[in-house]
Design a protein around this ligand. Sequence first.
Ligand SMILES: NC(=O)c1ccc[n+]([C@@H]2O[C@H](COP(=O)([O-])OP(=O)(O)OC[C@H]3O[C@@H](n4cnc5c(N)ncnc54)[C@H](OP(=O)(O)O)[C@@H]3O)[C@@H](O)[C@H]2O)c1
Length: 283
Amino acid sequence: MSTSNVLGPGRTALVTGASRGIGPLIAAAIARQGGHVVLTGRSAADLKAVSADLAAAGADVSCIAADLTQPGAAQTLAETVEQEHGGIDLLVNNAGGDPLREFHTMTIEQNLRTLQLNLIAPVALSHATLDGMLRRGRGHIVNISAMAGRVSFPYTEAYAAAKDGLIGFTRVLRSDYHARGVSASVLILGAIRGAGQGQRMLDESGMKASGFMSPAESVAQTVIKAVAKDRAELVVMPGPGRLLRAVMDYFPALGPALNRAAGASTTVQKITELREQKPGAAT
Ligand SMILES: NC(=O)c1ccc[n+]([C@@H]2O[C@H](COP(=O)([O-])OP(=O)(O)OC[C@H]3O[C@@H](n4cnc5c(N)ncnc54)[C@H](OP(=O)(O)O)[C@@H]3O)[C@@H](O)[C@H]2O)c1
């Protein structure tokens, strides 16, 4: 059992991006602490399948389908969960992703959708849940960010802008509301294997996972650690992640050089070409 006052029996968590990828693992880890977990994503069928699996493993879960890029969706989702469960104690803004296509070949609307999903939706959901958390004097918001901007990962301009924005957003949110019982943490993910967008890239390209990738389950465990130990920022990648992140900031040319050396630029180019040939392919 966690020492946190937002995990455990009698508490409610809302996990976005819980229909596939890393989200179901995060939801399962939270559910194992006790309490109720609400799963959300666009696909009602996928949510139903995930919630059936989690319930079969003993979790107390429910789901609500929502497209977080739609105006007002975050507010409506937060209100529905509050009405049905009496409040949201833990919000995990995990939904996100990137089409991984060249910035200039996507329309500006496609780029703005990436910002909407990865930055505006977490800000809107945090805004919509904060009043209730403050009223109850407890709450924790966990935002899932990425190393993309730090390492100049190819073709992630809007995604990197959103994920770096999420780090700044979380720092200020934490600082402003911590004394009133509401905390915030950000997880900065490197490449993840086993589930999610990184694994799909490997599957599409026929490549094997490298030693630079962390298992998806480690993200779920890090969410629990961030909440239970009330940590501000945690990096999920093999090795000294926070140090590497600092080094990347100090030497901005290092990321692109490492991408070239590790073959990331070539791989992403290959994925981009594959996805342009198959516009409906996984993103
Ligand atoms: N996997 C990695 O290597 C990696 C690395 C760094 C950071 N991250 C971050 O980790 C988080 C999880 O990534 P993942 O790899 O698990 O991604 P994923 O497999 O692509 O899953 C994305 C989730 O977001 C939901 N989603 C997408 N568009 C949505 C929308 N418009 N409205 C509501 N929900 C939406 C998807 O559900 P529906 O399709 O049902 O809507 C799905 O549940 C993301 O924030 C990602 O940026 C991942």
